[in-house]
Ligand binder design. Structure first.
Ligand code: FES
Ligand code: FES
Length: 163
């Protein structure tokens, strides 16, 4: 049965009629054309669909669009600043070559940003542990971990400078 869902996506209010079975990832990709959020498995294993819902990372293939009604959702498209300046995590992935084909990258970045929101100084082990739900089929984990640790340094430095 179709019903109307309304939410804020990347800072903009959206309201659309969707079938009750529509997944959040489908809603983002097919209704809003935000195709940076990828579908790699559809079975909650790969993490390529991770977005933030009310500030927390969520696998968007495990949630119905209707469950996000009223929520604030951020996808990879909403992470950079308005003027296009990359988020420090995006910049760190670029600088440390934390990607190969790039398919897993949006989900990796969204998960990693959530990690640093809760733990600004993660150890390498904690980064690896947190990213356990994100699969990189190019097996490029080493540079991904380096990128996350570098972004953590960068973001701590920026926070200190702002004090
Ligand atoms: S598509 Fe959601 S976890 Fe793989
Ligand atoms: S960079 Fe290709 S799947 Fe991760």
């Amino acid at each position: 049965m179709p019903s109307t869902v309304s939410m804020t996506v990347n800072g903009k209010s959206v309201s659309k009629e969707v079938d009750d079975r529509t997944l959040l990832v489908q809603f983002l990709r097919e209704d809003l054309h935000l195709t940076g959020t990828h579908v790699g498995c559809d079975t909650s294993q790969c993490g390529s669909c991770v977005v933030h819902v009310n500030g927390r990372s969520v696998k968007a293939c495990t949630m119905l669009a209707a469950q996000a009604d009223g929520a604030s959702v951020t996808s990879i498209e909403g992470l950079a600043a308005e003027d296009g300046t990359l988020h420090p995590m995006q910049e760190a992935f670029r600088e440390h070559h934390g990607l190969q084909c790039g398919f897993c990258t949006p989900g990796m970045i969204m998960s990693a940003v959530d990690l640093l929101q809760n733990n600004p100084s993660p150890s390498e082990h904690e980064v690896r542990d947190w990213l356990e739900g994100n699969i990189c089929r190019c097996t490029g984990y080493h540079n991904i971990v380096k990128a996350v640790l570098s972004a953590a340094d960068e973001m701590r430095g920026a926070a200190k400078a702002a004090e």
